[in-house]
Design a protein around this ligand. Structure first.
Ligand code: ATP
Length: 592
C-alpha cells in the first residue's frame, strides 16, 4: 500500500471528533492492507516503529528534523525555524515547505508504508559518531520523495508526535471488524494482546492465520505480559467474603513493578515496567541476580523492585526508589541505593505458561525456584481465614512502612491486563478523605488568571477512563496543590500537546481554555465522590436528569506526572462507581 493512501486516512482520522468514525476509518484502512503490511500500518498508527517494550528510540529531535526539512527542500534553515515558531508543529512546517519547493515527485517514485517503517528503523539503529548527519540524510531523502501530506505525518512520526488518538482498544476493535466483519472477536484479540503486548504481531497473526492463529496464541519469553491489577475493598471482612472465607495476603510494597524475563542458557534478561517499558539497563543488580538466583532455565517472574536498606532493615520511600528510573549515573545509584526485587508471581517456567495455573500453585513453584535470600526476595505472604488475622497483618505492614496489603484468591489464574477481584488491595486510609487516591488523565487546562497569569496555567480538567466505551470522561477540575515551579512545568508540557478541538475520545460538557491530547496521568486526592450534572464520568439517568460523578476538594498529590501509567491505565469509571458505593457504605456505618 502506498504511503500516500495511509496519509490520507491519517488526515481524516485527525479531523474526526467521533470515536465510532475513527473505528470505521481504521477498519477501512486495515482492510486495504496486504498481509505483509498490517504490522507496519499498526505500528505507524500508534506512533512507534516497533512495540513500545522494545524501547526503540529514533533519536530525532526538533533541530534534526528542521535540518532534514531544509536539506530536502533546499530551504534556508533559519526559514524553517521561523516557520516552526509560527506553526508550533514541524509536521505542518514540513508540509508547507514541501508544497512550496520545486520538488515534483515522479509517479514511479511513490513509496510504500513498509518503506517508511524500514527507514524509521534504520534511523533508530544509526548511532555513534556521525550518526546525526546520517539520520538527517535518511529523513531528508524520504521527505524529498514525499507529497506535502505525507511529509506532515513522516515528520510527526519521526518526532514521536503523530498523536492520532487511536488507543489500543480502538485498534483492536477496528482489527476485529476488518478481519471478521464485526466487533465480536475483539475480546479474543485482546487476550492475545494481553500476553504479547505487541499490537502489530496480533494484527499480523489475525490477518495471516485467522481466528485459529489468535486462539492458539502463546506466551513467549521476552514479550512482556500485560500486568494483572488489583481491585480495592475497604475492610478485611469484605475481602474475606469476596474470597469465600480464605485467601493469601501479601505485603504491598511501594516501589516499581518489574516483570523479569530470564533465559539462563543465552544469559539474556529483560526487565519491564508496569507500563511495559524496558528497565533492563536501569536495574543492573536485578539483571545480574536474575541469572544467579533464579533456579530455572527460562522464567518470567513478577515482583516489586524497591530500595531497601539492609543495615536498618527498612524500605525506602517511593520517592527514593523512583530515582532509580534513570538512564544516567546508573552504576553509582545502584551502589548508593541498591534495589531488591520482592517477587510475588510466576508467569512462565521452562517452556510452559503459568497464567492458567492457580495462585497457590504458582506461588509454590515460585518458592521452589527462588531461595529468597539475595537480591531477589519473596514477597511476604500469609494464609488467612479470619478478618482479625488480616487486620493484624495489615497493621504490621503499615508499621513496617509499607503501603498496605494485597489479598490474593488462592484458586484464581493470573488474569493478564485486567483489574479483577482475584487480587484485592487494602491501603492506609486517611480520615475525612477517600481511602485511596485516584489517577486521572489530563484532557484540558486553564489559562492562569489573577496572580496566576504569569504562569500561564490556572488548573486542569481531568478525566477517568471508561474501559467499556474506550472514552475519557471528565470528573473534576483541579486548581490546588500545585507549586509555582509545577505550574510552569505543566504549562510547558501541556502546551506541546494542545489540540484545536476536543479530542475524539474525550467526553465532556465542560470546555476548558485549551484541550490537550489525553496523554498524562496525575495522582489526585479528594475528600469525597459526589454526584454532579457537570461531569460525564459514569453519566446516567436519574429521573429526568443526566447525572455523573465528580470529586469534592480535589488536589494534586505528587507534584508531577505519573510516568508509570498510560492514559488507559488511569482510574476507570467502574472503579469510581465502586468507590462511591464503598464510601456510602462507610458513611452509613459511621452514622449507625
Ligand atoms: P497503586 O497506585 O495502588 O499501586 P496501581 O494501579 O499501580 O495502584 P494496582 O493494580 O491497583 O496498581 O495495585 C497493585 C500494584 O501493587 C502492582 O502494580 C504492584 O506494583 C504493587 N504491589 C506491591 N506489592 C505487591 C504484591 N505483593 N502483589 C501484587 N502487587 C504488589
Amino acid at each position: 500500500m502506498f504511503f500516500e493512501q495511509v496519509a490520507e486516512y491519517y488526515s481524516k482520522l485527525e479531523s474526526t471528533s467521533s470515536r465510532l468514525e475513527m473505528i470505521d476509518l481504521l477498519t477501512e484502512l486495515f482492510k486495504k492492507a496486504k498481509k505483509g503490511e498490517i504490522k507496519s500500518i499498526i505500528y505507524m498508527t500508534v506512533g512507534s516503529p516497533a512495540p513500545p517494550f522494545q524501547g526503540v528510540d529514533l533519536g530525532v529531535a526538533e533541530k534534526l528534523a528542521e535540518e532534514a526539512i531544509a536539506t530536502a527542500t533546499g530551504a534556508e534553515k533559519a526559514k524553517v525555524e521561523a516557520s516552526f515558531k509560527k506553526t508550533g508543529d514541524l509536521g505542518l512546517t514540513a508540509e508547507q515547505f514541501i508544497s512550496g519547493s520545486r520538488l515534483r515527485r515522479m509517479s514511479g517514485d511513490k513509496f510504500e508504508i513498509n518503506d517508511v517503517l524500514e527507514t524509521m528503523l534504520k534511523i533508530a539503529r544509526t548511532g555513534g559518531e556521525g550518526s546525526k548527519d546520517a539520520k538527517i540524510k535518511m529523513l531528508a531523502n524520504l521527505l524529498a520523495a514525499s507529497r506535502p501530506l505525507e511529509a506532515r505525518y513522516i515528520v510527526r512520526f519521526a518526532l514521536g508526535q503523530l498523536r492520532l488518538g487511536a488507543g489500543d482498544a480502538t485498534i483492536l476493535e477496528a482489527l476485529s471488524k476488518a478481519a471478521t466483519g464485526d466487533r465480536e472477536f475483539k475480546p479474543r484479540l485482546e487476550e492475545a494482546y494481553n500476553i504479547c503486548s505487541d499490537l502489530g504481531l496480533v494484527g499480523e497473526t489475525m490477518m495471516r492465520d485467522g481466528k485459529k492463529g489468535i486462539e492458539e496464541f502463546k506466551v513467549t519469553l521476552f514479550n512482556p505480559i500485560r500486568p494483572a491489577l488489583a481491585e480495592r475493598l475497604p475492610t478485611a471482612e469484605e475481602i474475606l467474603e469476596k474470597m469465600h472465607g480464605r485467601c493469601a495476603v501479601e505485603s504491598k510494597y511501594d516501589g516499581l513493578r518489574a516483570q523479569v524475563h530470564v533465559d539462563r542458557k543465552s544469559k539474556r534478561v529483560e526487565i519491564f515496567s508496569r507500563r511495559l517499558e524496558r528497565l533492563t539497563e536501569m536495574f543492573p543488580e536485578i539483571t545480574a541476580a536474575a541469572l544467579k538466583e533464579v533456579n530455572a532455565d527460562k522464567a518470567i517472574l513478577e515482583g516489586e523492585a524497591i530500595a531497601y536498606d539492609e543495615t536498618t532493615n527498612q524500605f525506602r520511600a517511593f520517592q527514593e526508589t523512583i530515582q532509580r528510573k534513570r538512564k544516567h549515573g546508573v552504576e553509582e545509584m545502584s551502589t548508593e541505593m541498591p534495589l531488591h526485587l520482592f517477587a510475588f508471581d510466576l508467569l512462565y517456567l521452562d517452556g510452559e505458561s503459568y497464567l492458567n495455573k492457580k495462585y497457590s500453585e504458582r506461588r509454590k513453584t515460585l518458592e521452589s525456584i527462588v531461595k529468597g535470600n539475595g537480591t531477589i526476595r519473596l514477597s511476604d505472604m500469609m494464609l488467612v481465614t479470619k478478618p482479625k488475622e488480616m487486620e493484624r497483618y495489615f497493621e504490621t505492614a503499615i508499621e513496617d512502612g509499607l503501603e498496605g496489603i494485597v489479598a490474593k484468591d488462592l484458586d484464581a489464574p493470573y488474569i493478564a491486563g485486567a483489574r479483577k477481584f482475584s487480587w484485592i488491595k487494602m491501603k492506609r486510609s486517611y480520615k475525612g478523605e477517600l481511602s485511596d487516591t485516584v489517577d486521572l488523565v489530563v484532557v484540558g487546562y486553564y489559562r492562569g488568571r489573577g496572580i496566576r497569569t504569569e504562569f500561564g496555567f490556572g488548573g486542569m480538567l481531568a478525566a477517568v477512563y471508561n474501559e467499556k466505551t474506550d472514552m475519557f470522561e471528565t470528573i473534576t477540575r483541579i486548581g490546588t496543590g500545585f507549586t509555582e515551579e509545577n505550574m510552569r512545568a505543566l504549562k510547558k508540557l501541556f502546551e506541546k500537546i494542545k489540540t484545536a478541538k476536543r479530542p475524539a475520545r474525550v467526553e465532556s460538557l465542560i470546555e476548558p481554555d485549551y484541550w490537550i491530547e489525553p496523554k498524562y496521568v496525575v495522582t489526585v486526592r479528594a475528600d469525597e465522590i459526589t454526584k454532579s450534572p457537570m461531569h460525564t464520568a459514569g453519566r446516567h439517568k436519574e429521573g429526568d436528569e443526566e447525572i455523573g460523578y465528580a470529586l469534592r476538594f480535589p488536589r494534586i498529590v505528587s507534584n508531577g506526572i505519573r510516568e508509570d501509567k498510560s492514559p488507559e491505565e488511569a482510574t476507570t469509571t467502574k472503579e469510581i462507581l465502586e468507590m462511591f458505593r464503598q464510601q456510602r457504605k462507610t458513611k452509613v456505618g459511621e452514622e449507625a
